[in-house]
Design a protein around this ligand. Structure first.
Ligand SMILES: Cc1cc2nc3c(=O)[nH]c(=O)nc-3n(C[C@H](O)[C@H](O)[C@H](O)COP(=O)(O)OP(=O)(O)OC[C@H]3O[C@@H](n4cnc5c(N)ncnc54)[C@H](O)[C@@H]3O)c2cc1C
Length: 411
């Protein structure tokens, strides 16, 4: 049956993009698209700490200090790979630059503030490390080339293979400048999947030759909430889309078929997290349900300088819903592979808000460049990994200022 309406579970970048294309390419009416969501930023966040502290995962964990801003990371774009994202942003107006699309806004800002990292790697006692020497030996090169050249139809050889296992004959690679830069540019760890490394190599191959300066990296004018998500939200609201907030979708109802092999959603169960009540939404034949099945931030918790971020043992909103679907259908993947091993998947980031410029001036002095277009990674001076290797123990980004439209002067 031809579908005419859509329900989006979650209001992250992927579902909002889906809505834009349904409206612009499918000629759908915005009022026929409804989002049920916990937040309107997904992983592309950027807000004041006080707003973030009020969100679902953090509400019951009061923080002592909510004066600053939160940006869990800064999205690095790359025009040659991000063709689809730039197409999407060209379809919606910027919310901060009148007369520009969100894509024109990014291109305008980025062309005036090109990324050129002068201190991609640093180490105590050495200062800036010459990153253009990747440090690979012949065995590293052979294994890496084999990984990149592996045909798609053989990729399943990498099922359940970690990066550490793939390179077990050449652990040397984990002590090269190449690895220090690759792992910190793309958030890899040795326990991550070799399959994912292969796919990233394909997608980000352009970065290979410029990884020490990151010259191919393009950035948005402000944090990604204000430069990407807010334009999407405003556009979709203007088109009449419904955003039903504070809903955590907890289960699907599926159509009963003789073979139980037809994935047709007939209803959704959700929790109204403001009122703590359970709600049921019927899904009729005309409605299609969109669900992006993995989120790496939907169970993130916040702390501050004096309050540790609490351990959150919840399975996550997106992943537990995915698990529900897998209970019914055998062929929808294995969420445990992605979410069941906390040590393999959890990560920490921190945002510093300050009015004191001492640290900023020191970063400028040590990295020999004005902050705003670099990613500086610090290699430890002692072995810190389970493999007994030195590794990067922290990366920092000082965004071009202001990074939030509400930042005060000198903040
Ligand atoms: C620190 C960090 C740095 C990153 N850096 C980069 C980068 O440099 N370049 C890059 O390209 N990408 C980067 N990414 C990845 C990028 O941000 C994500 O790939 C992208 O945002 C994913 O979009 P999404 O819509 O699929 O999922 P999400 O953004 O995760 O959105 C999913 C949304 O659905 C909601 N949701 C999930 N389950 C439910 C449910 N059951 N009920 C209701 N709502 C639900 C979630 O709360 C969330 O808002 C980074 C991510 C992080 C965290």
């Amino acid at each position: 049956m031809l579908k005419k309406k859509a329900i989006m579970i979650g209001a992250g970048l992927a579902n909002m993009a889906g809505a834009v294309y349904l409206i612009q390419e499918g000629n759908w009416n915005g009022k026929d698209i409804t989002f049920y969501a916990l937040d309107t930023h997904g992983a592309n966040d950027g807000s004041t700490a006080s707003e973030a502290a009020e969100e679902y995962w953090n509400k019951s964990h009061p923080m002592e200090n909510t004066k600053g801003f939160i940006a869990r990371g800064g999205r690095m774009l790359n025009y040659r790979t991000y063709v689809d994202l730039m197409d999407l942003l060209d379809r919606i107006p910027s919310v901060t630059e009148p007369g520009m699309t969100a894509a024109e806004d990014t291109r305008d800002f980025d062309s005036k503030h090109r990324t050129y990292d002068k201190a991609r790697l640093l180490q105590g006692g050495k200062g800036i490390v010459d990153g253009h020497k990747l440090g690979l030996n012949n065995l590293d090169r052979i294994l890496l080339s084999r990984l990149v050249m592996m045909p798609d139809n053989q990729e399943e050889k990498l099922d359940n293979v970690t990066i550490a296992e793939y390179f077990e004959d050449s652990p040397h690679i984990f002590q090269t400048n190449f690895w220090y830069m690759w792992e910190t540019t793309f958030a890899f760890r040795t326990q991550s999947s070799a399959q994912e490394l292969r796919r990233y190599m394909h997608q980000m191959i352009y970065e290979f030759t410029q990884i020490e300066h990151l010259v191919g990296v393009n950035r948005t004018r402000y944090n990604q909430y204000e430069s990407i998500m807010l334009p999407l939200i405003k556009y979709l609201e203007g088109q009449g889309c419904n955003f039903v907030m504070n809903r955590r979708v907890t289960d699907f109802e599926f159509k009963d078929t003789p073979m139980q092999d037809e994935i047709t959603v007939t209803g959704l169960e959700m929790e109204n997290i403001e009122q703590g009540t359970v709600e049921h939404v019927t899904v009729d034949d005309e409605t299609v349900v969109f669900f992006t099945n993995g989120s790496i931030t939907d169970s993130a918790t916040l702390g501050d300088f004096n309050t540790p971020a609490p351990e959150n043992m919840d399975y996550g909103a997106a992943s537990s819903l995915w698990k529900k679907a897998c209970e019914r259908f055998y062929n929808l993947g294995n969420p445990d592979k992605f979410f069941n091993d906390r040590d393999a998947s959890e990560w920490v980031s921190f945002t510093l808000t300050t009015k004191n410029h001492i640290l900023l001036n020191e970063i400028t002095r040590i990295t020999t460049q004005v902050p705003g277009n670099a990613l500086n990674s610090f290699i430890s001076t002692e072995p810190i990994t389970p493999l007994g290797h030195k590794d990067v123990n922290m990366s920092i980004v000082v965004h071009h200022q202001p990074h939030f439209t509400t930042q005060k002067a000198n903040e």
